[in-house]
Design a protein around this ligand. Structure first.
Ligand code: HEM
Length: 154
């Protein structure tokens, strides 16, 4: 698989994990015996996809990111690494924990216990919001590489 495909694969897993978390949120709004199976399956799917985003993104970070990091730091947008990548790699660990916790909460008594349903609603909502911040940070890092390459051409 080309290294560019590996780069593109990790946000793909991340976005799919967010979509599964939205699914959990919507099912939890009207949790019942009829949809609890779907809710729990979507929560497990979201957790698996978040771990895949971590493994593939981490692999890219360790093996390939060094060159782009040097480019960004020497380019017009050093903050794309100094702030966005640094924040992303630390914040992601919280997202990984939340994403892993989501199925644990979803296998609680979501249908009968209001407090458990609230826990699932908040956890799935935070997975989506933090996932979106990963996406945004990724866009800044990507642009940091692009403006550095463009600046080199001038
Ligand atoms: C919800 C999870 C995540 C999402 C949605 C996400 C999204 C993105 C996006 C959209 C980009 C720009 C891709 C491009 O250049 O075309 C990106 C870049 C990047 N991401 Fe992620 N990411 C996620 C998790 C991670 C994790 C866990 C790591 C590893 C620690 C990571 C490391 C990176 C790195 C190093 C880049 C810069 C690539 C480069 O230009 O060299 N990401 N991310």
């Amino acid at each position: 698989m080309s290294k560019e495909m590996i780069l593109m694969l990790h946000p793909t897993f991340g976005v799919l994990a967010m979509i599964a978390a939205v699914w959990v949120f919507v099912e939890a709004l009207n949790a019942s015996d009829a949809n609890i199976g779907r809710l729990r399956n979507a929560s497990v799917l979201s957790a698996i996809l978040i771990w895949l985003a971590y493994i593939v993104g981490g692999y890219w970070y360790v093996i390939y990111y060094g060159g782009d990091k040097a480019l960004i730091k020497a380019g017009p947008w050093p903050f794309a690494h100094g702030f966005f990548m640094e924040t992303k790699e630390h914040l992601f660990l919280m997202l990984l924990l939340l994403g892993t916790f989501l199925p644990i909460a979803a296998y609680g008594d979501v249908v009968k216990k209001k407090v458990t349903r609230k826990l699932v609603l908040w956890t799935s909502a935070l997975v989506v919001l933090m996932g979106l911040s990963m996406e945004g940070a990724g866009a800044f890092i990507n642009m940091g590489v692009k403006v550095a390459l463009l600046a080199k051409q001038l």
